[in-house]
Design a binder for this molecule. Sequence first.
Ligand code: SF4
Length: 328
Amino acid sequence: MSRAVIEKLLEVDRLQMHFPVKGGFFRRTIGTVKAVDNVSFAIHKGETLGLVGESGCGKSTTGRSILRLLEPTGGSIMYDGEEITHVKGKRLHEIRQDIQMVFQDPYASLNPMQMVGNIIGEPLQNYHKYRNQHDRKREIMDLLQRVGLPEDAYYKYAHEFSGGQRQRVGIARALALKPKLIIADEPVSALDVSVQSQVLNLLKELQAEFELTYLFIAHDLSVVKHMSDRVGVMYLGHIVEIADKHAIYDNPLHPYTEALISAVPNPADKGRKRERIVLEGDLPSPENPPIGCPFHTRCPKAMEHCVTTKPALKEVKPGQHVACFLYE
Ligand code: SF4
């Protein structure tokens, strides 16, 4: 990290997001999808925590729960020392100034009927953040410039821009209220590879300029490595390993992390060829997750008691937490 990191900005403790499954003639609850199940982590001021895992592992649901777009069904979320898990009304509105989201799909997240100037200005309007129209426009022009868009973008509509430019508009909108924490949910996965790095570098520049803290959610391991200071690996609603990115990429401990990382070329291997670990079987349904270790149905190192007992996330090396019986 470029800056000293001391204080925690966000602390998530045993967060749960369970959804009822309805069925039958009377639409009774017949099951539960445990999209997020006892997830705990902290993010320090100024750092980027990457959340990585296969599609459906619960990483986006975790992000949306923190922003309270979803109401958590268990656990707690502390933001800057304040318990915000169930805050409502005026206080929730205030907190959302501080926590903003950059969405995956810049095509779907921008109103096609609005000029870009109005899209970026909407949060300013909602929070009465300007004294007059002249102020508002100057603020929006400043945001356009900071995300690398020309001034005349103000008068254009989203469809007149490329995917990368639209994501810049989404980033400008997220920055409008001068947030402290940005949850970036797959912010480049809908973009051409050629423009992905430009948007990622912009996010890094803005982080330094505005002293932002990021929760960076993505399935692409190279992208997460490029962006993150620490990385949490999710599998079936659980964090199975969380550590400094160098530990995750150079010395993964959890068998699932090992398998994921084995598919990514690593300069630290210095020409040594890493053995590719191909996982057998499909990701189980979160509606009917395995008992015991959630990874046991695909784990090449599974032992007898992994089938019946769930391992807790424990610190096995300084700063490296792993949920696996191999390290107990
Ligand atoms: Fe594999 Fe057992 Fe470790 Fe789970 S607890 S990852 S099944 S070895």
